[in-house]
Design a protein around this ligand. Structure first.
Ligand SMILES: [Zn+2]
Ligand SMILES: [Zn+2]
Length: 205
């Protein structure tokens, strides 16, 4: 079991800020929600590593890039950088099977490029044969149901006075914090529940 109190404390020290209160300065901690910058990629890096070890040992790829910009695209492979990118939304909101299917699809592109260079067409016979070899669906698209994603996405802002995180279903023009302060947030972070964290922890997507 993870010692949550210790994890929280480390994070508090990092996010603490000095605020002037009356005549003295006071250290203010965010004791509210923790927020991660992006979903972790350790699990997907592991899938890539295992696949390459058994099917293309000569090829090494850098760590998977998490992209917050991908909306309709869930994954991509950039041959010039040998880089697999995966949508942060997929990592935060997709199920393990969907994530694995998208990662395998991009690994197949990487292997095709490693074996045949630029010659094959994107989803041609070489691609389909590699998919069969590594256990990916030999298709142009990966079917991922994103129907419930929107309903699970939240928006997060910080209170200017007490520094706690405020999480809402919509980006609102104004919001009242529990401390009584009325806020007019200029921007909201788009977040999803942190699947590895506690119930009220969030990850940016
Ligand atoms: Zn493709
Ligand atoms: Zn407040």
């Amino acid at each position: 079991m993870i010692d949550r109190s210790r994890v929280t404390k480390v994070s508090d020290e990092q996010s603490g800020s000095w605020t002037r209160s009356g005549g003295s300065y006071q250290l203010v901690f965010d004791l509210g929600h923790q927020i991660k910058d992006k979903p972790p990629v350790i699990a997907v890096d592991e899938i890539v590593k295992i696949m390459l070890r058994s099917h293309e040992p000569g090829l090494t790829l850098p760590s998977v890039r998490v992209s917050g910009r991908m909306r309709r695209t869930l994954g991509s492979y950039t041959p010039t950088k040998k880089l697999i990118s995966i949508s942060s939304r997929l990592l935060a909101l997709g199920n393990d099977g969907d994530i694995r299917e998208v990662v395998l699809h991009e690994v197949a592109h990487a292997i095709v490029h490693s074996r045949w260079g630029e010659r094959p067409t994107a989803h041609g016979k070489e691609f389909r044969s590699v998919c069969q070899e590594i256990g990916a669906k030999p298709r142009r698209y990966v079917d991922v149901s994103t129907d419930d994603w929107d309903s699970r996405i939240r928006y997060l802002s910080k209170c200017e006075s007490c520094h706690v995180s405020i999480v809402r279903k919509r980006r609102m023009k104004s919001v009242r914090c529990a401390c009584g302060t009325k806020l007019y947030p200029e921007s909201w972070f788009t977040v999803a529940p942190d699947q590895e964290g506690a119930a009220d922890e969030w990850v940016r997507i």
